[in-house]
Structure formats: C-alpha cells, structure tokens
Write a protein that binds this ligand. Sequence first.
Ligand code: ADP
Length: 553
Amino acid sequence: MKTVERDALPMWLRESADVKAAFDEHAIVVIVDAQERITFVSERFCAISQLSGDELVGQDYRAIVSERYPHVLLYELRDCMAHDSRWRGEIQFHAKDGTSFWISATIVPLLDEEEKLRQFVVIGADITEQKRVENELSEMHRLQRLLADLSARFVAVPSAQVDAAIQTTQSLVGEALGLDRSMLWQLGEHGADMSVTHYWQRDGLPPLPPDLSMGACLPWIHDELLRGGCVCFSTVGELPARAARDVQVFSQQGTKSCLTFPLIANGKTFGALAFATLQAERKWRDDVIAELKLVAQIIGNVVARQRSEMREEQLRDELAHAMRIASLGELAAAIAHELNQPLAAILSNAQAARRFLENGESDPDELHAILDDIVRDDKRAGGVVHNLRAMVRKHPATRESYSLNDLVIEVLELLRGEMIGERVGLHLSLAPSLPPVAVARVELQQVLVNLFINATQAMNSNASGDRAIDVETRTEAETVVVRIRDRGHGVPPDRLSHIFDPFFSTKADGLGMGLSICRRIIESHGGRIEARNHREIGAIFSFSLPIAAIAAR
Ligand code: ADP
C-alpha cells in the first residue's frame, strides 16, 4: 500500500489497515469460502506453508490439509453453525517441501443475511514444535513399553516360534516409530555375505527382491558392519563418496533414511538389524538410537542362540552319520557272511547248471529250478547291499509306515553272522498283528543295531551257554514297545541315569555316543527309551513309539 494513498484514507480506515497488516504479519489466518476455496491467507501462513498467496488463493483448501481433515472439517463446521458456535482443534497442513506443520485453530463460520455459510475464517497458532516434542515423547514412551516386555517375550519363546517373534518385534517397533521397513540380515554358512532372513514393511510397499545380498548391494555398509560399526543416516546425502554404490541402491529402493546395527557374538559380526524410512527422511535422535540398540541386542542374542542350536543340530547329524559308518565297521563281518552265503549258493548253482549242460543232461525243469535259486540268492545279496547303502547315506530316508517286527527281523538277519560267531541265543516273542509306526527305517535300524551290539558285548565274559537275548514286541496304550533283554553284567545302578548321556562309556574303545544317538532318534519320533536291570541278571533296554495312525492325528 503506497503512503500517499494511505494518507488520503480516513483515520478509521487507516487504523483498520494497520491492524490488518500487523495481523497479516504475525497471525495465521486463512479464509475459505462456502465452496471450500481459499480466498485469503495471511503472510505468516504463506511463510510457514512455503506457498505464496498467489499459489494459495483460489485453491481448494483440502489440497493443503492432511488427509485426516478434509472431510471432517466441513462436516464439523456445518454442525458448529447449526449450533451457532466455533470449531476449535488442531489441524495438520502440508508445506510445499513435503513436510507438515500443525496449527491450533479456531474456525469461525461467517453467515450471510440469509444465515447461510458465506465463508469461514481459520485463525490459529503454529504448534508444530510442540507437536514434535509431544510426538517424540509418545514415541519414546511406546518404544520403552515395547522394550520392557521384549526381553521377557524372548526368554520364554520356544525355538520353533523364534522366527515369528522376531518378525512381530520388527513390526511393533516399526509401527511404534512410524517407520516403513525393518530388515534382519545374517551371514551365510561360509560367512562371506549377509542376506535378509526376516523383514517387515508397511503395507503397500513392493516386496523385497529374493536373494538380496548386502555385499553386492550395500558394500560400504556391509564392510562397516563387519568391522562392528553402526551405520546411521538421516538422508542418503550424508553417506560418504565411498558409499556410491550403496547410495545408488538406496535411491532405487526409495530408502530415505536408515539405522543399522551389527549383531555381534564372540566378538564377530554375524548379522545386522536395520530400520528404515521410505516415505520421508528421519532424524534418528540419540535416545531412539539407544533404545533401538537394545532391541538389536535382544534380537541378536536370540538369533545367536538359534544359530548355535542349528549348528549343534548339524554337528549331531554329522556325528550320527559318523556313528552309522562306525557301526558299519562292527557290522562288516556279519555283512560279509550274509553276502558270502548267497554268492556261494549262486556260484554252486551256476556250476551245477553248467555241468548238466556239459553232460547233455539238460532237463528243463531242473535248469528252471536252478535258475530260480540263483535269482532268489541274487535278490538276497542285493537286499544286503541295499541295506548297507541306505545306512551309509548321509540323509536318512523320510518316515514311512513300518511294522517294528519287520525291522527287528531285518536287523537280526543283518547281525546273524555276528550273533552266531558270539554264540548268542535269540528268543523272539513278537506280537502278531503289531500296528505300524511311522519311522525313518535307517534310523530305527541304527537304534536296533546299537542295542543288539551292546547286549552282545555285555555278555562277552559269560560262558557260551549263558549268552542269550530276549526280544519282545507288544502294543501298550497307544504305543508299540520293543524290549531287548540280555544276560550280561547289567548297568551299575548309579550309572543308569547317565548311560544315555553323550560320551558316557565304560568300554576301553567305546565312544559313548551310541545310546545318546538312540535316545535322540527315538525322541525325534515322539517316543521314549529307557534302561533298567533285570532283577536276576542282565540289562533291559526298551523303547516305545507312537502307533502311526495315532501319531498322525
Ligand atoms: P559305547 O558302546 O561306545 O560305550 P553306548 O552309548 O552305546 O556307547 O553305551 C554307553 C555305556 O552304556 C556303555 O559303555 C556301557 O557301560 C553301558 N551299556 C550299554 N548297553 C549296555 C548293556 N546292554 N548292558 C550293560 N551296560 C550297557
């Protein structure tokens, strides 16, 4: 407004113009017409919104108000008008640069002569800073509450539910802080590169590509984490020039800010936990970083435990395999005997057939019978070889329905040579029509071989007439039971509770792994194995397995 013109105005108008100018400069004022178009904005509002008066006037006010308000506002205003009152509340607006600001507003509806809404005036104060502090406080409050029950949650969680618990935690933290994504990375078996094992992200984001490798995508961050450092940036621009590849991948993925902690066990990084925003950049405050570090430590402990359990499991499998190979050594003599018999029979039958032909006595029926014998013996030898191959194979077969009677007989056939050599008598009492059990055949064979060999060895010092094993099968409750009794030295009562422990052995050349593997196999099939002494002489080993139909229920 020019001075000349201003001076020419009457005093009351000048005063009014001054008040308006002061108002315009300091107060937040927006006037909107009945069609919800902006008709006036104060300079202060322009400054906060980073939009000029020209950009704002004429625009639908809903374009600058956060999604939560556009519909509410007019609806509530009409309600207010009906009661001839004002609307008071807090409104979130969008600024030009994508950030938002908060106004604590009073909205006054102005009516025309016919009492119809002519326009409404929004007058307010900027409470963005207050909102930010409030928001930070409630964020911290939510995070602390989450942390309080996080440790307890993970202490009690069974191994099988650890993965789900990790993902739930990622989503709870993500929601509490308004983040968009959290990723758990882990080093692979050979420890060279990290890949994503668990992740959570806000609905609507495209899924992460499979086989994401940190070494390839984010090489700079990967190195920092392996060195034990934490990586934090509020905008990708903060990353150093050496992180050019990382910046490129973040930009492609739309990651705006990220906080990544290394997961460390025994002084070595084995994984990383990352939190990221994609919708907007985020400043990571020190108190939030400290709390999230605790989250990373808790998850890191659980993952480290899970990884060592998996490693143990793998070692146990390798050991079980080694034990199978070792027990094969003990079986070698028996197997040689088993193979020798059919091979010798095949040879003598073939020689007999040749003699018949050479002598011109080619009675077709006789030759047929000889060939049938050869085929039968060949099949028997093939069976022995098949069993042997199955036992050497590293990964035992999948579980199928078997009668334990058949498995007992199969293993005793295999051990027949050994038993005869050791002059061990066998008393079988196998229940007729025993219900089947669902087992990995080779594993059960391994259990039976161990028990029979132990029983035979326990009778080493008996006179030959006193060496006998009783084998009994029966149904008991909803299980099938196998009971093996020998007439050996028995187990000293104070050792009974230890014989299933790994590396417990009283034999000079014993490894002490046989029974511990037996127990693992039986328990992994949902069964039980136990040992006791017979009241007269010898030990009784018995195990039970759930009947297949019942186990499948
Ligand atoms: P190893 O045979 O290598 O010692 P096992 O785990 O098979 O390992 O057996 C552990 C120990 O349990 C044996 O050393 C022995 O003391 C005891 N044991 C196992 N079977 C019998 C049995 N039938 N009679 C008496 N003691 C037994």
